[in-house]
Design a protein around this ligand. Structure first.
Ligand code: MN
Length: 237
């Protein structure tokens, strides 16, 4: 049987700005989950997007730097890392086409922020300055082992069900997170300090997002699970 074709958005290389970049673990996770990963270059004419989407059965919106907060009515926080505006514009145009077609979609890190803001939500731009009870560190601290923290999972949700437990351990590499949740989205998982780490739109075949990086942990069953769900939903009957 032919594998579902899963589009994967690409990032850019900070040092060599004429090159695309894609962390290999995304493609590896999609392959292990039973999909056929295909990288999507972003510096293209947006009128070509429908033709790209024609090629795909599902899509993974990958991680990256920070979007322009003007999209949710704020000015740049000094600690942000600005995303290449061409990538940002491409991803917003792409998600509109994907959603219109009800194509299965999984957002990872920046991809989750994209999904939330696309739906009219907003972001906390710099969590370390965001007052909240029992705040924990969500960033990767240089020269330390990658941080992990638990999340509470709502196992009655579509994604929560495949994550398979009411609490799982996730990695954490983010300084931004959901502030206001976008329209039609339902919380799937929350960190101990209340930061929303995962959500979905229950009315679409799959429109789900995680703030952590499951692709870097896909040898662990619960972290391969989001990719398996994406591939499963992308199978055309
Ligand atoms: Mn986190």
């Amino acid at each position: 049987m032919k594998r579902p074709v899963i589009g994967l958005t690409t990032d850019y290389n900070d040092e060599k700005q004429d090159r695309y970049l894609s962390t290999m673990s995304y493609a590896a996770a999609i392959e292990k989950a039973g999909g056929l990963p295909v990288l999507l270059p972003y510096a293209i004419d947006q009128t070509l997007i429908p033709q790209y989407v024609d090629l795909l059965d599902g899509i993974c919106f990958s991680g990256g730097d920070d979007m322009n907060p003007v999209r949710y009515g704020e000015e740049w926080h000094p600690k942000v890392r600005r995303m290449d505006p061409r990538r940002e514009a491409f991803e917003f145009a792409l998600i509109a086409e994907v959603e219109k077609r009800r194509m299965p979609a999984l957002g990872v890190c920046f991809g989750s922020q994209l999904m939330n803001v696309y739906r009219g939500g907003s972001l906390t731009q710099f969590l370390p300055e965001h007052a909240r009870e029992s705040a924990i560190e969500h960033r990767r601290i240089p020269d330390q082992e990658p941080t992990r923290h638990p999340v509470k999972v709502d196992t009655s949700t579509q994604l929560g069900k495949v994550l398979g437990a009411s609490e799982i351990s996730v990695n954490t590499y983010h300084k931004q997170g959901v502030n206001k949740l976008g329209k039609g989205l339902r919380i799937v998982a929350t960190a101990p300090d209340g930061v929303i780490e995962s959500f979905e739109d229950p009315t679409l075949p799959l429109f789900a997002a995680v703030q952590w990086h499951p692709e870097r942990l896909f040898e662990e069953r619960e972290h391969l699970a989001p990719f398996k769900l994406l591939v499963e939903k992308s199978k055309n009957d």
